[in-house]
Design a protein around this ligand. Structure first.
Ligand code: CO
Length: 134
């Protein structure tokens, strides 16, 4: 059911420092920062030859990653995103298999303008999983 790894998301306490590190130290292709008010995050995509890295930084007062950064003050891997062909079919299959979909179960529009859902990390070996319909 899952396809390509779309991205690995890393929560960072200092977005400018992380951008500089990926661009200047690691020599990666770093995109522009986007504020996603609906998700409470600022994101920066880094394009690698085979996948992407998503830098996440809190945006606004009720960011869902503030708690994560409180527990991981130097930052850390926050989630991984797999591509699916049909997100509603994938969701229904996962719910029927006993997995928990976060929120109300309705896909939201993600950073690429495509529908996304998040799956409970306790159901997936301690990893927060994002599904993106591509
Ligand atoms: Co993501």
């Amino acid at each position: 059911m899952i396809g390509r790894l779309n991205h690995v998301a890393i929560a960072v306490p200092d977005l400018d420092a992380a951008i500089k590190q990926y661009r200047d130290t690691l020599g990666a292709d770093v995109g522009a920062a986007q504020d996603l008010a609906e998700h409470g995050v600022t994101v920066v995509f880094i394009t690698l030859p085979n996948t992407k890295i998503e830098l996440l930084h809190p945006f606004g007062d009720n960011s869902p990653i503030t708690g994560f950064l409180d527990k991981n003050p130097s930052g850390g891997i926050h989630h991984i995103c797999y591509e699916v062909d049909d997100i509603l079919k994938a969701r229904d299959h996962l719910i029927a298999s006993g997995a928990r979909v976060l929120g109300d179960g309705a896909p939201k529009t993600g950073a690429h303008g495509k529908p996304v859902l998040f799956l409970h990390p306790k159901d997936f070996t301690g990893t927060l999983v994002e599904l993106e319909q591509t």
